[in-house]
Design a protein around this ligand. Structure first.
Ligand code: FAD
Length: 380
């Protein structure tokens, strides 16, 4: 069997590692001309770390990131809205609260591919299926053929758009900046992943190894708003005037070229991931808003489950059917819960904010813990 993976993101690389480990001939085609150290931080929960362990790369990933002890949400005055001590879950399921620079995660994954199996500067333009063979046509005029095509080309997947033209990314109503900076000398709790829910938006912060800080900020805005695109770090810091420190200090210390901007979007849950010999994986299949920090985690789960199904089943068709059965419900649940959490956390109305914060404060820790356990328990 020959497998082609379109997209060398977290999902595509993990899928290729899973299959290559089983001896399946697998080639990854990535549109970007080089694997640059792009992106900011990424949080990984226990389900992802368990997935990475199955792929044999968990130790290498863990060595490059940082394990944290709690997920804490503050209001704009630095009062705690909710605090989830993740240590008990880490003891039960393995590291449950972990942050790493995306570039480091990518680097580890790329290093674990068989040499010569990742082709850069190869943008898929279209696909075609005949007699259980999939043909891929690239924008450079070349093409390739395989028995199975894994579409891991992200939320704007060209492959998905060709199969399901009606499935389009849905804007969530808020736009997001993120960055990684050297700590500019601010006091930061380096054992927690912190998020502040202020009336003017949300800011999250987590420490990265090497005295770096990963931050993100979300503001309600019209889609693709020109004013948001042009926002400077100083203006963003100004937007959060009145919010507890070190929020403004960290935003203001960011250089314009350290800041990445993009609207937040997801996909309406699909009812199929498999189209004969083409399978959707990661964001191409089930892009979610980042509010639960589960997009990459679910992509890693997809890769492990797909590998397991292909190994255990007697035919590709059966394996793909099993993959779809195991992944549809779980990923749809994440999309729905994450969208709801994002909506609630971006409220601006003072009455609603007061009510929300009171409900979160009154929610017993074991309830949140149970919800997190649902995510951390994997079926592989
Ligand atoms: C602000 C923000 C914060 C996030 N934080 C977290 C977090 O803390 N934890 C978490 O688990 N998830 C998080 N996510 C989600 C996570 O980033 C994604 O779910 C994850 O990157 C999906 O991986 P993927 O490989 O499926 O897609 P992508 O990362 O989008 O990779 C797709 C790849 O395909 C390539 N490609 C695209 N089109 C083509 C083509 N036509 N031909 C060839 N190659 C192509 C792209 O260049 C890219 O390399 C966050 C997302 C955002 C936006």
């Amino acid at each position: 069997m020959k497998v082609i993976v379109i997209g060398g993101g977290i999902g595509g690389l993990c899928a290729a590692i899973a299959l290559q480990k089983q001896g399946v001939e697998t080639i990854v085609y990535e549109a970007a001309p080089e694997l640059k150290p792009v992106g900011a931080g990424v949080g990984l929960a226990a389900n992802a770390i368990q997935g990475l362990a199955r792929l044999g790369v968990a130790d290498a990933v863990i060595a490059r990131g940082k394990e944290l002890e709690a997920l804490t949400i503050f209001d704009e005055h630095n009062n705690i809205i909710t605090n989830q001590d993740t240590r008990p879950l880490s003891r039960k399921y393995g590291i449950s609260n972990f942050v790493i620079h995306r570039a480091d995660l990518h680097d580890v994954l790329a290093q674990n591919l068989k040499p010569g199996t990742l082709y850069l500067n190869k943008r898929c333009q279209s696909i075609d299926q005949k007699n259980d063979k999939v043909h891929v046509y690239f924008t450079d005029g070349t093409d390739a053929t395989a028995d199975l095509l894994i579409a891991a080309d992200g939320i704007n997947s060209v492959v998905r758009q060709q199969l399901l033209p009606e499935s389009k990314p849905r804007y969530a109503g808020y736009t997001c900046w993120r960055g990684v900076i050297e700590n500019p000398g601010v006091k930061l709790n380096t054992m927690i992943s912190a998020e502040t829910w202020a009336p003017q938006g949300r800011v999250g912060m987590a420490p990265l190894p090497g005295k770096r800080i990963y931050w993100y900020a979300c503001i309600n805005a019209p889609e693709q708003d020109e004013r948001m695109r042009q926002m400077t770090p100083e203006q963003l810091a100004g937007h959060f005037t009145g919010v507890h420190e070190p929020v403004q200090a960290v935003l203001a210390a960011t250089k314009p070229n350290q800041m990445i901007w993009g609207d937040i979007a997801d996909l309406k849950p699909l009812d199929k991931f498999v189209y004969n010999r083409i399978v959707l994986l990661g964001d191409a299949a089930h892009a979610t808003t980042p509010n639960m920090g589960q997009g990459a985690c679910q992509a890693i789960e997809d890769a492990v489950v797909l590998g397991q199904c292909l190994e255990q089943e007697t035919s590709i068709a059966k394996a793909l059917a099993n993959y779809e059965k195991r992944r549809l419900v779980r990923t749809a649940k994440v999309i729905r819960m994450s969208r709801m959490l994002g909506w609630v956390s971006q409220w601006e109305n003072p009455l609603l904010i007061g009510l929300r914060n009171a409900v979160f404060r009154a929610t017993p820790a074991f309830v949140t813990q149970r919800q997190m356990e649902d995510l951390y328990k994997v079926d592989f």
